[in-house]
Design a protein around this ligand. Structure first.
Ligand SMILES: [Zn+2]
Length: 476
C-alpha cells in the first residue's frame, strides 16, 4: 500500500443510488488509494494530501458506469462487429463506463458455451477497463450442466438465451427450461432475448412476399406483440423453475409491465432497456439513412417510446444497457434491400451516459440518484459484480465527474467506437463525463484521454442470491 493516496477528488457532490445503502447525496472529498476508495471525508474538513487532487467543486461525482450488455468482436452469421476489447473499452471510458460485460456466444454448433467464454476471456486481456462476461447456450446436451459449472467457477454467473434467430442463436423451450434449472442450482441469472420466433418468422415472410422487406419496413416485421408474448412465455418457465430472469433490451411498456406484475407475484424478474428505445422512434425508418437504425427489436412508435420513458421514470426498468454492437455503414449498406441479410445492432457504449441521462433526468424529471441506479448501481447489483456501482469505502475507485447542465451535440465522427456513425447524430444531450477515473487511474480529464494500456481486469462475479443477500447487510 502506498503511503500517500494517489488521488483525491475534492469538494464534489457525491451521488449514489437510493437503493445502494450508501448516502444518496453527500458533499465529500473522495480519497483514492491503491485503486480503491479509501475514505470519504466530509467536505467541511480540509482536503487530505494526495499525489494528485482534482477539484470537483460545483460538479457531481457518480460511480463509473457498468454496461451489462456489450457485444465485442461478435460473430453472427457472416458478420463480425468491427471493434475489439481495446477499442470498446476505450470508447466505454470516454463515455463514463468503467466496467463492460460482454457475451461469450457460440459462433456455431462446433463452439461450446465454455469455449466461447474462454475465448472472450483471452481477448479481454487487451481491455482498458474492467470486464466481466456472460455465457450463452444455444442447444441442450448432456455436457451443458458441466459446462455451466465450469463457467460459474470462472465467475460467469449468467447465461443468455435467445427465443428467436432460428438457425443461429435461438434456443428452444426445452433448452431454456433446463438451463434455467441449472442456473438456479448454480445461483446464477438467466438472461433472455425475448421475441416470439414463429410470429417474427411469419411476419417477416409475409412482408417479403409483399415486397416490403427493405430496411424501411423493419419495424413492421417485428411487432410489439412478438416481444410481449415471448416475455410472457419466458416468465412462465421462470416461475415453473424458480429461476431469476433478466430480460435484455425491453422495448415496450407492455413487456416492462409483465415484469412488474411477475415481481408483484414474487418472481425475481428484471427489465433492461437501451438508450435507443428511450430516444428514437420508428419514424427513423422513413428518414434518409434508415440503415443507421437496423436493430432487433426495432424502434417502436412514438407513443410506445413515450410510455417506455414513463416506465423508466417510475422506476420499473432496472438497468439501461447499450447492447453495443459495432457495425459500420459499409456493412449496414450492403443489403438494405433485405433486412434478413443485414447486420442488426447499434454502436452505443460511448453514448449510453448522455443519452440515458437526458431521457431520464433532463426530459422526464428523474433524479440523478435514479440515473445512477440504472447506469451503475443496478447493473452492478443485479449482475453480482463485486465492489462496483457505489461510491463507498472499499469499493473500486471507478468515478465520473460531470456538470449536468453542460450540453453537447453528438458528433458521430468524433466518437471513439469502431464505427463511422452514431444513431444519435446531432442530438443535443446532457450528462457527458468531464473526468473519468478507472480503478484509481485518471483516464479522461480536461487534457483528453490518457490511455492506461491493457490494464482492465477480468472480474469474476458472485452468486446471484449470495450477492444480493450480502448487500442487504453491508451498506458500505
Ligand atoms: Zn445484445
Amino acid at each position: 500500500m502506498s503511503l500517500v493516496p494517489e488521488l483525491v477528488i475534492a469538494h464534489g457532490t457525491v451521488v449514489n443510488s437510493r437503493l445502494s445503502g450508501a448516502p444518496a447525496r453527500q458533499a465529500a472529498h473522495i480519497v483514492v488509494q491503491d485503486g480503491r476508495i479509501a475514505e470519504l471525508v466530509d467536505a467541511a474538513l480540509p482536503v487530505p494530501a494526495a499525489a494528485r487532487t482534482i477539484d470537483a467543486r460545483g460538479k457531481l461525482v457518480i460511480p463509473g458506469g457498468i454496461d451489462g450488455h456489450c457485444h465485442v468482436a461478435q460473430v453472427t452469421g457472416r458478420f463480425r462487429t468491427l471493434d475489439d476489447f481495446a477499442i470498446t473499452s476505450t470508447a466505454a471510458l470516454w463515455g463514463g463506463t468503467t466496467t463492460i460485460i460482454d457475451f461469450g456466444i457460440p459462433r456455431d454448433a462446433q463452439e461450446t458455451p465454455l469455449d466461447a467464454v474462454l475465448n472472450k476471456k483471452r481477448l479481454a486481456a487487451e481491455s482498458r477497463c474492467d470486464v466481466a462476461l456472460h455465457g450463452s447456450v444455444i442447444s441442450w446436451d448432456e455436457t451443458v450442466p458441466w459446462q455451466l459449472e465450469q463457467l460459474a467457477a470462472e465467475g460467469v454467473r449468467s447465461v443468455k438465451m435467445y427465443t428467436t434467430n432460428r438457425g443461429t442463436t435461438m434456443a428452444d423451450g426445452d433448452t431454456i427450461l433446463k438451463v434455467m434449472r441449472e442456473m438456479v442450482r448454480l445461483d446464477g441469472l438467466t438472461y433472455i432475448h425475448a421475441e416470439h420466433d414463429a410470429i417474427i418468422s411469419d411476419c417477416t415472410e409475409q412482408h417479403a412476399a409483399d415486397g416490403l422487406i427493405s430496411i424501411e419496413h423493419l419495424h413492421r416485421t417485428r411487432p410489439e406483440l412478438a416481444e410481449e408474448v415471448s416475455v410472457k412465455e419466458t416468465l412462465a418457465l421462470a416461475k415453473y423453475t424458480g429461476a431469476p430472469v433478466y430480460f435484455v433490451h425491453q422495448s415496450t411498456p407492455g413487456a416492462v409491465d409483465l415484469v412488474t406484475e411477475a415481481r408483484a407475484d414474487g418472481q425475481e424478474a428484471y427489465s433492461e432497456t437501451c438508450p435507443h428505445y428511450l430516444t428514437l422512434d420508428d419514424t427513423v425508418y422513413g428518414t434518409e439513412f434508415p440503415e443507421w437504425y437496423a436493430c432487433c427489436p426495432p424502434m417502436r412508435s412514438p407513443e410506445t417510446v413515450a410510455a417506455l420513458k414513463e416506465r423508466l421514470a417510475a422506476g420499473a426498468i432496472h438497468t439501461v444497457s447499450s447492447d453495443h454492437s459495432c457495425y459500420d455503414l459499409s456493412q449496414k449498406r450492403e443489403r438494405t434491400d433485405d433486412i434478413r441479410f443485414m447486420p442488426h445492432g447499434l454502436p452505443g457504449v460511448e453514448t449510453r451516459m448522455p443519452v440515458t441521462f437526458t431521457a431520464l433526468v433532463t426530459e422526464s424529471g428523474g433524479s440523478v440518484e435514479d440515473f445512477v441506479e440504472v447506469f451503475s448501481a443496478g447493473p452492478a447489483r443485479i449482475n453480482a459484480v463485486p465492489r462496483k456501482g457505489t461510491i463507498a469505502e472499499g469499493f473500486d475507485a471507478d468515478l465520473v465527474i460531470f456538470d449536468p447542465a453542460e450540453e453537447r451535440k453528438v458528433d458521430g465522427g468524433a466518437l471513439h467506437m469502431g464505427t463511422d456513425f452514431s444513431p444519435f447524430e446531432g442530438k443535443a444531450l446532457n450528462g457527458w463525463p468531464a473526468v473519468v477515473v478507472s480503478a484509481g487511474r485518471v483516464v479522461l480529464d480536461g487534457e483528453g484521454f490518457h490511455d492506461p494500456g491493457p490494464v482492465g481486469r477480468y472480474v469474476a462475479r458472485n452468486g446471484f442470491t449470495a450477492h444480493r443477500d450480502a448487500l442487504s447487510t453491508v451498506s458500505a
